[in-house]
Write a protein that binds this ligand. Structure first.
Ligand SMILES: CC(=O)SCCNC(=O)CCNC(=O)[C@H](O)C(C)(C)COP(=O)(O)OP(=O)(O)OC[C@H]1O[C@@H](n2cnc3c(N)ncnc32)[C@H](O)[C@@H]1OP(=O)(O)O
Ligand SMILES: CC(=O)C(=O)O
Length: 546
C-alpha cells in the first residue's frame, strides 16, 4: 500500500494531537456564493493556512470536480507542509454497494491525502427522504466506508450532517451513527449543525450528553445561520469537543461557518490552550487579509481581532481612559494578534483623542491644553459642516499642523477655476477645466480635458503644478467617493468628496465639502497634493506670493 505523503512529515514539530484545529476554507469556504477558487488559489490558501499552523486542511472533494482532483495532485508536488495534514472530503458509499467498489470512495484514496473526512447522514428523516434508504443501511454505509478507508491506512474523521436536528428528532438513532463511526475506526466524530439553527446552550447540552453516552471523541462543525457559529463552536469545546472545524474569515455555505480566527484566538488567549505553533497568533491579521486577497473579497473591517476597526477607538471617553492604560478599553493587546490600535478623530473626540492621534501621526503638541482644545473645537465645527476626519486622516493631519504651526501648510493658492461640460448632439461629451493659481511666487494658468469634470480638474492642476512641484508626478488618485449630505431639499444638499491618493509607498485620504461637487473635489485634491508634498519633505512657501 502506498503511504500517503500529503501533509507534514511524521517527525515534524507538531501541535498536540489532543486538540485539532481543522480548517475547511478550501471545501466549505468555497461553497460561499461569490467565491470561485482556481487550483492556484487553493494552493496559495493552503500555504497560508499551513504557515498559520492549523493541524488539518480540508482541500476539497476529490472526484466531485476536476478542480478539486487537480488540487490534490498539485498539492503533492508543490507544497511542503510544515504543520498541517491534508484532508480529502467525501461521502459515505452509495446505498446497496460496497465501499471498495464505490468510485467516489476510490477517488478519496487516489487523492493521496492521509486523512479523509466523510460526510454521513445522522438525521433519520434525511436518511429516508434524501438518501432514500433504510436507517440500518445508512449505518452499514458508515461502517463499511470507515472500515475500508482505515484498512487502506487512512485516518478517518466522520462529519455527522444535521446531527443536532437529527438528535432532536431521534436521539437514539443520531447516537447510533456516532457509535457506528467510532467503532469502525473513526478518530473523531464531528457533530454538524448543518442548517446553523442551533444556539450555544443547545450545543453544549447535546455534546455533553453524546460524549457521556457514546464515549466517542467529538468534534464540532457549526454553520453561522443564527450568527452563533463561533459561540456554538466554543460551547462544544466547553462540553468536551476536542476538534473544531472552521473557515478563514468565516467563509462558507449560505452565511458562512465558524470563523477560524476568533475561534483560535479564543482558544489561545481565553482558554489558555496552545493550538497554534509559537508566534503564529501574531501573524493572524496578516493571514486573514492575505486569504481575503486570494478569494478576492474585501476584508471585513469589523471582523473581531483582525478587522482594521477591531482596535479603532472613536469615543472621547474611551480615548481619555486609553491614554492612561489601553487595557481599560481593549480586551487584549492588538499586537497579540498582529493588529494595531488606532485613534479615530470625529465630532465624538475629546482632548485625549486628539493627543493620542497626534502621537500616532508624530505631531508634537507639547501638552498645550489651549491648542488641543482649539483642535477639538475645529474638528467639531468642521464635522458639523459635513467633513469626516475618521475617514480622512491626511486632511486631519493638515488641520492639526495648521493649528499647531499657526498657519496652514499651503503649497498653492487657487485664484479661480472654470469647468465646461458639453453634451454634443452626436451623443459624445467633452469636459474641459481651466485653473488659475499661484505656486512658488508664480501665476500659472493651465487647461486640460478629462473623461469627467473632476478628472479634467485633476489634470489641469497637475499640468499647472508640474514645474513648481515635480514630486506630484509620483502620486496618483486611486479612489474617489461622493456622498450627498441630506439637506432640506435635495438640490440644496451639500456634497462630500473623499479622495484617496497613493505613491509607491503609501496611500492617504482627504476630504472636501461644498455646495457643488467640483469645489468639494478641488478642496480634497488640494489637501491630497499638500499632504503628499509634506510627506515628500517639501517645505511650503513662507507666504504665498500674492
Ligand atoms: C453539508 C455539506 O455541505 S456536505 C458537502 C456538500 N458539497 C457538495 O455537494 C459539493 C460537491 N458536490 C458535487 O459535486 C456533486 O453533488 C456530487 C459529485 C458529490 C454528486 O453529484 P451527483 O452524483 O450528480 O448527485 P447529486 O448531487 O444530484 O446528489 C447527491 C447524491 O449523493 C447522495 N448522498 C448525499 N449524502 C450522502 C451521504 N452522506 N452518503 C452517501 N450518499 C449521499 C444523495 O442521496 C444523492 O444520491 P442520488 O444521486 O442517488 O440521488
Ligand atoms: C459537513 C458540513 O459541511 C455540514 O454539515 O455543514
Amino acid at each position: 500500500m502506498e503511504v500517503p505523503r500529503l501533509g507534514k512529515p511524521a517527525d515534524a514539530a507538531s501541535v498536540d494531537d489532543a486538540f485539532h484545529v481543522f480548517d475547511t476554507t478550501l471545501r466549505d469556504g468555497a461553497q460561499r456564493e461569490g467565491i470561485n477558487l482556481t487550483v492556484a488559489d487553493k494552493v496559495a490558501i493552503a500555504r497560508h493556512l499551513d504557515s498559520f499552523g492549523v493541524g488539518f486542511i480540508e482541500g476539497g472533494w476529490p472526484g466531485a470536480n476536476p478542480r478539486d482532483t487537480e488540487f490534490f495532485a498539485r498539492a503533492q508536488q508543490e507544497i511542503t507542509f510544515r504543520h498541517a495534514q491534508l484532508v480529502a472530503f467525501g461521502a459515505t458509499r452509495r446505498p446497496g454497494a460496497k465501499a471498495a467498489d464505490d468510485p467516489q470512495v476510490r477517488a478519496l484514496l487516489e487523492s493521496g491525502a492521509p486523512v479523509v473526512c466523510l460526510v454521513a447522514k445522522a438525521h433519520d428523516r434525511h436518511v429516508e427522504l434524501a438518501l432514500r434508504t433504510t436507517l440500518e443501511e445508512n449505518l452499514e454505509m458508515v461502517r463499511d466506508t470507515v472500515s475500508f478507508l482505515r484498512e487502506q491506512g487512512r485516518r478517518v474523521f466522520v462529519d455527522c450532517e444535521h446531527f443536532f436536528d437529527g438528535y432532536r428528532a431521534n436521539p437514539a438513532y443520531a447516537k447510533s451513527v456516532v457509535r457506528t463511526a467510532s467503532k469502525a475506526g473513526a478518530d473523531v466524530v464531528v457533530l454538524c449543525d448543518t442548517n446553523g439553527g442551533m444556539l450555544p446552550a443547545q450545543i453544549q447540552a447535546v455534546v455533553s450528553t453524546v460524549i457521556a453516552d457514546t464515549g466517542a471523541r467529538l468534534g464540532i462543525h457549526a454553520q453561522d445561520d443564527t450568527g452563533c457559529a463561533v459561540a456554538n463552536t466554543l460551547a462544544a469545546v466547553d462540553a468536551g469537543a476536542t476538534h473544531v472545524q472552521c473557515t478563514a474569515n468565516g467563509y462558507g455555505e449560505r452565511v458562512g461557518n465558524a470563523n477560524l480566527f476568533p475561534v483560535v484566538a479564543a482558544l489561545e488567549l481565553k482558554y489558555g490552550k496552545s493550538v497554534l505553533p509559537e508566534g503564529a497568533l501574531a501573524e493572524m491579521t496578516r493571514i486573514s487579509h492575505a486569504i481575503a486577497e486570494v478569494v478576492n473579497l474585501t476584508p471585513s473591517t469589523h471582523q473581531p481581532y483582525v478587522g482594521v476597526s477591531a482596535f479603532a477607538h472613536k469615543a472621547g471617553l474611551h480615548a481619555s481612559a486609553i491614554k492612561v492604560d489601553p487595557d481599560l478599553y481593549q480586551h487584549i493587546a492588538p499586537e497579540q494578534v498582529g493588529n494595531t490600535m488606532r485613534m479615530l478623530v470625529s465630532d465624538m473626540a475629546g482632548r485625549a483623542s486628539i493627543e493620542l492621534k497626534s502621537k500616532e501621526l508624530g505631531v508634537e503638541l507639547g501638552g498645550d491644553r489651549a491648542l488641543i482644545g482649539r483642535v477639538v473645537q475645529r474638528v467639531k465645527e468642521r464635522e458639523l459642516a459635513g467633513y469626516t476626519y475618521e475617514a480622512a486622516d491626511a486632511s486631519f493631519e493638515l488641520l492639526l499642523r495648521a493649528e499647531a504651526e499657526g498657519r496652514p501648510r499651503r503649497y498653492l493658492r487657487i485664484e479661480s477655476w472654470r469647468a465646461i461640460t458639453e453634451d454634443r448632439p452626436d451623443g459624445t461629451h467633452a469636459n474641459e477645466t481651466t485653473v488659475k493659481l499661484w505656486a512658488k511666487g508664480e501665476r500659472i494658468v493651465a487647461t486640460a480635458d478629462g473623461n469627467g469634470p473632476v478628472n479634467a480638474l485633476d489634470r489641469a492642476l497637475r499640468r499647472a503644478l508640474e514645474g513648481p512641484y515635480p514630486e506630484l508626478a509620483k502620486m496618483e488618485l486611486v479612489d474617489y467617493t461622493v456622498r450627498i449630505l441630506a439637506g432640506e431639499h435635495t438640490t440644496e444638499s451639500r456634497t462630500r468628496v473623499l479622495i484617496s491618493t497613493a505613491d509607491s509607498t503609501s496611500a492617504w485620504t482627504t476630504v472636501g465639502v461644498a455646495d457643488n461637487i467640483i469645489t468639494a473635489s478641488l478642496q480634497a485634491l488640494q489637501d491630497a497634493y499638500s499632504y503628499g508634498l509634506l510627506r515628500a519633505g517639501i517645505e511650503p512657501e513662507p507666504e504665498p506670493a500674492h
